[in-house]
Ligand binder design. Structure first.
Ligand SMILES: Cc1cc2nc3c(=O)[nH]c(=O)nc-3n(C[C@H](O)[C@H](O)[C@H](O)COP(=O)(O)O)c2cc1C
Length: 453
């Protein structure tokens, strides 16, 4: 496979993103014994002959760059426009994705811009990856990068031959009907999703939320202290059915002002009794929806971001969305979920991972005395660590010192990444298979070590 990385970092050789890309290149060529992996400087906002040639011969294009002011760097946005305006013919049949590093202070906009650019221009978009600047120095960061890369390569192959993928091991998919009223279109789509996943080798389960007796959360806060809801209705059973042993969840429903409907919201609110610790499960999610007469195209773009927000705590990766009706697109998305499953891509929590964590960590800090479990959960994750300013810090007030500083920042990357010989270890998935999700959640919210639970 021929890969071309268009590196859009204006720092070029002093770029941290570039160090991450070098590491990928090393894997690709030395460890995976593959073909070409060209890294082309592409930060001037113009399409050079080099860029044009590299795109023409590539099977996969990775745009790499940093997040600047919440968005992609201006030279990259220029390049995106020019590519589509003037070079669409050479770009349109190429799978394309984006790899960023950032300070994790709002990387969502950059990735959404990229996704929107790719989708609006009808390109072969592959889910992008956002890494915190120093994540590549940690084993989890490298694992994340590796799984994403595996996924990216597999999707590139999939785009080429469109062959239905087989699940690499036994997995379970839940098809969740979130509609308030029975809807024939959705029922028939659920049936065809069931067929497709079963043909790929998954066990499937259909859950119809409206048939469950689930009461609205009244905000009584009794669960804050004992982690148990005062209502003894279908919530607990439904929750376990949804998450226990589950690898992927496919949501079906109508769009209600760019989010899912009330049935699902009612169900979600009752998660409060598990604390704010998020579901420590690795579940891949996708959302399929129909529009009502009030919705418009803007609802669709907003929906993806909203999914990650309202469902983001339920640790998941690859929330993808698709409007019901386009059968080919739907089947493609089911297959892409299978490829994600095969790539072990699950540890990622989506682009908002730190944002959501930080938000909930703040809430837990303010109610520290009432919810000590939540507080210690986030403390263990390092959410309350702050770095003290050193009195020895020298201000960088000239270009020469700033250059030295940037060079010094690269030393750990060069030292660490250059000498790493092996591919990263991949975490064993579904570690807690068959253990009550609710018990695990309660343990996490109490601050108990779930590994020993
Ligand atoms: C001018 C400037 C603006 C930045 N804005 C953001 C931002 O909005 N959000 C963020 O998470 N990181 C931001 N960063 C941090 C960079 O994205 C991060 O350090 C990245 O790893 C740098 O990659 P590079 O060395 O390849 O340029 C900014 C950095 C600079 C220099």
């Amino acid at each position: 496979m021929k890969i071309c990385v268009l590196n859009c970092s204006p720092k070029n050789d002093l770029s941290i993103t570039l160090q991450t890309v070098f590491y990928l290149q090393k894997w690709f060529q030395e460890k995976l014994g593959e073909d070409e992996f060209d890294i082309i400087p592409a930060f001037s906002g113009i399409v050079t002959d080099n860029i044009k040639e590299a795109i023409q011969k590539a099977d996969l294009i990775i745009m790499s760059g940093a997040v600047f002011h919440f968005d992609v760097h201006s030279s990259m946005s220029e390049l995106l426009d020019i590519l589509c305006d003037n070079y669409y013919d050479i770009l349109k049949a190429k799978p394309i994705t984006f790899l960023s590093t950032s300070g994790m202070l709002g990387d969502t906009m950059a990735h959404n811009r990229f996704e929107m650019w790719a989708r609006r221009n009808d390109l072969m978009y592959i889910n992008s990856l956002s890494l915190e600047s120093s994540e590549i120095l940690s084993p989890t960061g490298r694992e994340e990068l590796f799984c994403w890369f595996k996924y990216t390569k597999a999707i590139t192959e999939y785009y080429k031959n469109k062959k239905m993928p087989q699940a690499k091991s036994h997995g379970r998919v839940v098809l969740l009907d979130t509609c308030e009223k029975e809807n024939e279109t959705i029922l028939s789509e659920i049936r065809s999703a069931k067929q497709r996943f079963e043909a790929s080798g998954f066990e499937t389960k259909i859950i119809t939320l409206r048939e469950k007796n689930i009461r609205h959360c009244t905000g009584c806060q009794c669960c804050f202290s004992n982690r148990t809801c005062v209502f003894n209705d279908d919530w607990k059973k439904t929750f376990e059915e949804l998450y226990l042993d589950t690898d992927m969840i496919v949501y079906f429903g109508g769009l209600h002002y760019a989010t899912l409907g009330n049935c699902y919201k009612t169900f979600l609110e009752r998660h409060a009794c598990l604390g704010r610790s998020g579901i420590e499960d690795e579940v891949i999610k996708s959302y399929f929806f129909i529009l009502d007469e009030k919705s418009d195209r803007e609802d669709i773009s907003a929906f993806k971001i909203n999914c990650e927000t309202f469902d983001g705590l339920n640790c998941s990766y690859l929330s993808d969305i698709c409007e019901i009706g386009n059968n080919e697109k739907m089947l493609e998305l089911y297959d892409k979920m299978t490829i994600a499953y095969n790539s072990d891509i699950m540890p990622q929590n989506g682009f908002l991972k730190n944002g959501i964590r930080t938000g909930f960590a703040r809430v837990a800090a303010t109610v520290k005395n009432r919810c000590p479990g939540d507080y210690s959960y986030f403390k263990n994750l390092g959410c309350y660590d702050t770095i003290q300013a050193s009195p020895q810090v020298q201000w960088l007030d000239n270009a020469e010192d700033a250059q030295k500083d940037r060079e010094a920042r690269l030393i750990p990357y060069k030292m660490t990444l250059l000498h790493l010989a092996e591919l990263p270890m991949i975490t064993e998935r579904r570690k807690y298979k068959s253990i009550s999700v609710i018990e695990r959640q309660k343990a996490a919210a109490r601050g108990t070590d779930i590994y020993n639970h």
